[in-house]
Design a binder for this molecule. Structure first.
Ligand SMILES: [Cu+2]
Length: 154
């Protein structure tokens, strides 16, 4: 009489189904944590700076002359001078207006107590005015011996 076993089976089936919403909750938590992981902040390297890279200039110094890898310069461009004394004497290195003898008029100056045989001196310099210039040494009698190199800034 009756079918109580069937009803029990239905109840069991319903009980099994009631487990699914719990899985749904766990799934929802997983999805929200995945979304949290997916929130990425990408910072673009957008530096708007326009700093010019210095141009290296090799200057070889000896008795009684200068050799320079560059003799024509551009106003506003930074130059990185590597000045090497390959001679047997100490020398000056200065940038002067062409023909100028007064050392106080030098745009930049390295004294002979710094530029000694076998040594290299580094100087950074940027021309601010176009003109005719010269690299010169004003150690006594050196300039007179021809220790000068004409250069130009444009
Ligand atoms: Cu000299």
């Amino acid at each position: 009489m009756g079918v109580p076993d069937f009803e029990r089976a239905e109840l069991l089936a319903e009980g099994k189904l009631s487990v699914l919403p719990m899985h749904g909750l766990v799934g929802g938590l997983l999805i929200s944590s995945l979304i949290a992981v997916l929130i990425l902040s990408l910072s673009a390297c957008a530096s708007g700076a326009t700093v010019k890279t210095p141009v290296e200039v090799q200057v070889k110094v000896a008795e009684y002359k200068f050799d320079s890898s560059l003799t024509t310069f551009t106003v506003g461009t930074p130059y990185h001078f590597v000045i090497t004394d390959n001679g047997k004497l100490a020398h000056d290195w200065m940038i002067m207006p062409q023909g100028e003898l007064d050392e106080d008029k030098a745009l930049i100056k390295v004294e002979d107590d710094e530029l000694e045989p076998g040594k290299a001196v580094i100087r950074d310099f940027t021309f601010t005015q176009a003109g005719n210039y010269e690299i010169a040494c004003h150690v006594k009698d050196h300039y007179e011996a021809g220790m000068m190199l004409k250069i130009v800034a444009r």
